[in-house]
Design a protein around this ligand. Structure first.
Ligand SMILES: Cc1cc2nc3c(=O)[nH]c(=O)nc-3n(C[C@H](O)[C@H](O)[C@H](O)COP(=O)(O)OP(=O)(O)OC[C@H]3O[C@@H](n4cnc5c(N)ncnc54)[C@H](O)[C@@H]3O)c2cc1C
Length: 461
């Protein structure tokens, strides 16, 4: 690999339709910001592509000049893989168009669209597909790692709803991958992360959802945590697929429906969505209100797009974030004891531990049906360390790592590739699980020189 000369950057600027931002340009520092402020990387040039042709040009340019490459969708990956020092960054954030064919229940989504872009276009027709819980996340990175959210119990992982993808390969070819074209590539894209090329367009299957759904929060005191968690476990054992409830343990934000005295106190939050008729859902979710004595509740019919953005205020870009994650096929009492011990010593008011409920439709495909392998996972836990001051890094990271260790005996072994931090290289194989070998073979076919290596990397076989 070698550094780019300014004449080469000038040529790049002249030849692409989008914008090329290099070190020294006024927009450089803002263009190299991503969600996690702990990431501070200095690419050689950021190519904000306008067309698939720009992507082809940038891939060929990086390969021919032997310059490292990184690909940026929504810029949310915690490991900071969207950026790389001295690299060409293919930044898709200007390619975010979403077209919906309501009759065919299909969405065509450009590679830089966010969940908010997708949900807005699909919900205009009362349609949706499973995406994540923070609307500024990129559709691309989320999908390529598997993708799950409030609709996953009913409609599966995001990848289970992918119909096709347009991919710019390491050779600069534009291929279509689907169940009938380049089928091995299509398999690999559904969980193999950004290893196989730049996806410029995704086509998804859509489902009728909302536009009004029953959703909201029920907040319990931390002192009742163990009993609430045990009842939560029993509730989820019986819950139909159209109900999704996640548990979050943290300090209460200043939510308007909570008494002021509760703000800043440790709490257990149940966050719920029912996708059926809201009036019928009330009875279904009623037991959740009786797990103890709630400090506050805010549950009712609301637009699905509002629920998709409900957590955005707690997940704004610009904070320092450090994550640790496990998958669980069951929630054991020992795990509850561990989580209670560590939530009792939260290192900052923004830190939290959540258990996201998947299961249902996410468990029905075979582990080798798509590259995403963790079909045994019923819950995905994330230890979300978050603070603003770099001086808090050491204490926050230590807390996350210690709880991660304490909870490991209860985990099912795999890990969600999209929650890995950049110091977890040794967990990458576990993230691809039994599918790693086939992924490495397909990587050899489509990217033998590992041009796409700024990701949770699969070495070509
Ligand atoms: C606040 C927050 C909430 C989240 N919630 C959820 C959730 O509910 N469910 C869930 O499943 N995940 C969730 N995630 C994790 C999320 O799926 C990953 O961070 C994902 O990598 C983000 O994708 P991105 O495009 O925004 O990221 P980026 O950092 O831009 O991209 C990540 C990687 O994906 C690859 N990539 C990106 N775009 C392309 C493309 N067009 N073609 C090829 N490769 C590409 C590249 O390798 C890149 O390094 C959340 C993340 C955050 C920060």
């Amino acid at each position: 690999m070698k550094n780019l000369q300014s004449a080469q950057i000038d040529a790049l600027k002249k030849d692409v339709q989008g914008t090329v931002i290099a070190a020294g340009d006024a927009a450089y520092d803002s263009a190299r910001q991503i969600w996690n402020a702990m990431v501070d990387k200095h690419p050689a040039a950021i190519v904000q592509c306008a067309t698939t042709g720009d992507v082809v040009y940038a891939v060929n340019f990086a390969r021919e000049h032997q310059v490292p490459l990184a690909v940026r969708g929504g810029g949310h990956n915690i490991a900071g893989s969207a950026l790389r020092d001295d690299a060409i960054v293919i930044d898709l954030s200007k390619m975010k168009a979403v077209q919906v064919d309501a009759g065919a229940r299909r969405a065509s989504v450009e590679g830089g669209a966010t969940l908010a872009d997708f949900d807005a276009a699909a919900q205009a027709h009362g349609l949706a597909t499973p995406l994540g819980i923070n609307s500024t996340t990129g559709v691309a990175g989320l999908t390529l790692g598997g993708g799950f959210g409030w609709l996953s119990r009913q409609y599966g992982m995001t990848v289970d709803n992918l119909e096709s993808a347009e991919v710019v390969t390491a050779a600069g070819d534009v291929l279509r991958a689907s169940a009938s074209q380049n089928t091995d590539l299509f398999w690999a894209l559904r969980g193999g992360s950004g290893n196989f090329g730049v996806v410029t367009r995704f086509e998804f299957r859509l489902h009728p959802v909302g536009p009004e759904v029953l959703a909201g929060l029920i907040v319990y005191p931390f002192s009742q945590a163990k009993s609430v968690l045990q009842q939560y476990r029993a509730f989820m054992d019986q819950a139909p697929d159209d109900v999704s409830v996640w548990t979050v343990l943290r300090k209460a934000p200043p939510l308007p429906f909570l008494p002021e005295s509760v703000h800043g106190q440790k709490v257990v939050v149940l966050a719920l969505l029912y996708t059926g008729d809201p009036s019928q859902g009330e009875a279904l979710v009623k037991p959740l209100h009786g797990f103890g004595t709630p400090l506050g509740t805010h549950v009712g019919a609301m637009p699905y797009v509002n629920w998709q953005q409900a957590f955005d205020p707690l997940l704004t870009p610009g904070a320092r974030n450090y994550w640790k994650s496990h998958n669980f096929s069951a929630l054991e009492d020992g795990l509850f004891d561990a989580v209670i011990e560590y939530v009792a010593k939260l290192p900052s008011p923004q830190c939290e531990i959540f258990f996201g409920a998947i299961g249902g439709a996410t468990m029905r495909p075979a582990p080798d049906a798509t590259a995403y392998a963790h079909r045994d996972a019923r819950f995905v836990m994330n230890v979300h360390g978050r603070w603003d001051d770099p001086a808090d890094d050491a204490a926050g990271i230590r807390w996350a790592r210690e709880y991660f260790k304490a909870s490991a005996p209860f985990a099912s072994g795999g890990v969600y590739v999209n929650f890995l931090t950049d110091d977890e290289g040794e967990r990458v194989k576990a993230a691809y699980g039994p599918n790693y070998g086939r992924l490495a073979q397909i990587k050899r076919q489509y990217d033998p020189a590992n041009l796409f290596s700024s990701n949770q990397n699969i070495m070509p076989a």
